[in-house]
Ligand binder design. Structure first.
Ligand code: DP6
Length: 339
């Protein structure tokens, strides 16, 4: 066979509720993490491939129809690094095109959705060549993990996805595990939950996630953090299973604060939160106290605030965001449900 074939896929970004922070070995997490998809943010990937054992590898790479040296270098390195688990890279010539449905420099991390979409394509190539896979989702998730840890949690259609071995015998360090809710659990938790992203600043971060992960190796609170994340995971899992939105929110906010506390207490220490990030947190907590609505915040490794709330409370909460919080941010990526 030497004809050109094409596969294409799209994958959503995800937001961690229990945070992955620190890694070990070959992209294994120091602690288990749990996330939900962000349906309004996704990446698309298309790969055209053909056998070419003399000139294997990436023949061309386009991001949003343009050449992109930084992304192209990262993808080429990734494909070289996974040669042992994905030997087809030594035989195929690949023309890769990727894009995001959100602006690249908006302050929303795109590596999770980008590597998830790419990994799905790599798995589809195997399937189209007749390679039998035991579980295609696990295979894509494992391949995505090797590109970016959090990407392995984007290969899911379940409400939540869990990555890393937990103390209660659920989860794997190799790939993400679906956490599917029953209709009763959905109802009690207020599913669908939205994630509205408040971009406080879209400027490039002064410390990357990779640098942050590396600082966990020698962090004075490393062991305490592993213990805390495991305990938060246990409690959050219970809250999800029992449909307890208050405990859910308490853990989600504790994780966001803990992540940033770890950054501020590493050596060297750094702080990614900005004055407006703190002002938003304060307003969200006051609003929740006054209204009793299930509005919670989480934060990734940056100054931007993700607001998590049930779609059925959105009319009232969106008004609050528009009136009180939008003056504190550059842009808002309004939450959407994906069903
Ligand atoms: C704070 O997955 O971006 O968003 O594995 O080095 O690519 P790499 O790191 P990445 O780290 C994400 C860190 C986080 C928390 C999370 O998503 O769990």
């Amino acid at each position: 066979m030497n004809s050109i074939q094409t596969v294409s896929n799209k994958a959503f970004s995800n937001i961690a509720l229990v945070k992955y922070w620190g890694k070990t070995g070959r992209q294994y997490p120091l602690n288990p993490s749990l996330s939900m998809l962000i349906p309004q943010c996704y990446s698309s990937c298309e790969i055209s491939f053909e056998f070419d054992e003399k000139n294997p590898g990436v023949k061309s790479f386009l991001f949003e129809n343009m050449e992109n040296e930084v992304f192209s270098t990262r993808i080429k390195k990734y494909l070289r690094d996974i040669e042992d688990v994905y030997p087809l890279t030594k035989k195929l010539s690949l023309a890769i095109k990727t894009s995001n449905n959100f602006p690249h420099s908006a302050g929303i991390a795109s590596s999770a959705s980008a590597f998830a979409a790419l990994a799905k394509c790599l798995t589809d190539i195997e399937i189209s060549l007749g390679i039998e896979l035991e579980d295609a989702q696990k295979r894509s998730s494992m391949l995505a993990r090797l590109g970016s840890g959090s990407a392995c949690r984007s290969l899911t259609s379940a409400e939540f996805n869990l990555w890393g071995k937990t103390l209660f015998e659920i989860g794997s360090n190799d790939y993400g595990t679906d956490l599917k809710l029953t209709p009763t659990q959905q109802e009690k938790l207020g599913w669908p939950l939205l994630d509205t992203i408040l971009i406080v600043s879209s400027a490039t971060k002064k410390v990357s996630s990779s640098q942050g992960h590396a600082l966990m190796h020698t962090h004075p609170y490393r062991e305490a953090r592993i213990e805390q994340a495991n305990e938060n995971m246990r409690v959050l899992y219970q809250a999800i299973m029992n449909g307890d939105p208050e405990t859910f929110g308490e853990i989600v906010e504790n994780e966001a604060m803990s992540l940033h506390a770890l950054m501020m207490s590493s050596y060297p220490a750094f702080c990614l939160l900005l004055p407006n990030s703190l002002a938003i947190i304060e307003k969200v907590q006051t609003y929740r106290r006054m209204t009793g609505l299930n509005l919670y915040f989480t934060i990734d490794a940056g100054p931007n605030i993700h607001l998590i709330y049930p779609e059925k409370q959105a009319a009232q909460i969106n008004l609050f965001i528009q009136q009180e919080l939008s003056p504190l941010c550059e842009t808002i990526f309004w939450g959407q449900s994906y069903d």
